[in-house]
Design a protein around this ligand. Sequence first.
Ligand SMILES: Nc1ncnc2c1ncn2[C@@H]1O[C@H](COP(=O)(O)OP(=O)(O)OP(=O)(O)O)[C@@H](O)[C@H]1O
Length: 313
Amino acid sequence: MIVLDRLTKRYGNAVSVDQLSLTVPTGTICALVGASGGGKTTTLRLINRLIEADEGRVLIDGTDAASLAPVALRRRIGYVIQSVGLFPHWNVARNIATVPDLLGWKRDRIDRRIDELLDLVGLDPASYRHRRPHELSGGQQQRVGVARALAADPDLLLMDEPFGALDPVTRDGLQAALLDIQARTGKTIVIVTHDIDEAIRLASLVAVLDGGKLIQHGSPHDLLARPANAFVEAFVGGPRRGLRLLQVTRVRERADFSEPIGGTPIDADVTLDIALERMVTTGAHRLPVYDRAADRRGTLVLAAIASPDGRQT
Ligand SMILES: Nc1ncnc2c1ncn2[C@@H]1O[C@H](COP(=O)(O)OP(=O)(O)OP(=O)(O)O)[C@@H](O)[C@H]1O
């Protein structure tokens, strides 16, 4: 678990991060979002002490980060940035081995770890191990950046706009890869993004920052359903808030399990946007639903999707 406790950073008279308190439970992906200059990058850098706080503390599993030596901190926290920051004259393997080398791991352990990580991020070790960064696409470089950050098996991964510069298809693939890595490793991840759709897809906890202050935090559904103020409302949704709500609400929450109908069912675990898409493309106003977890069948009607509180009218 990571706890930010009244974290504050000033530059001259300007406050970049202002009394920021936030708890990120272990195994959670937390997205820091908000307008440009809101203090997202500064917060990330305060967590791994690339910059020092003027006030407040960062606790990593109960330990004050200020009490950890820099090498210990680097081992516990992986860091991925948009420009990747791979060393251009080192090959992929050596780039990934940066922190294990620093920690004095034995050669064969490092080699095993490099192959394991390349597999994890979806790059074939035999083809990519010896390439230099300029022989990789932007998306492949970003995958190597993630592998490097995970090399010493840190508890916490900090990612600053990691997929920001990539085309939508590559970005989509890397988001899926990150979700898969998180599911397999259970890492705690804090990611800065400008892209609210990325935050909604990846994070179970979204923190909205403005002027260095935490304006609201909660699940994507919380923020979309109950934005705390006009800033959050405009930021998380604007004219697409209703559509995004469909992306974070599951069919099971709106289906009626008392009256099943026949036909090929839709999975109760999929989100309402998928169900609506099926209704639009097939012209159906009701869909059969199957809830695998409870082995029950039901029905989803169009009116239940449109109703904000889930009641059918
Ligand atoms: N080294 C610095 N010296 C002076 N001011 C700084 C410094 N670093 C950041 N700031 C200021 O702190 C504020 C927060 O910056 P920060 O980079 O954390 O915002 P951000 O939310 O990450 O923005 P963006 O989305 O544009 O990357 C900004 O007003 C910025 O100008």
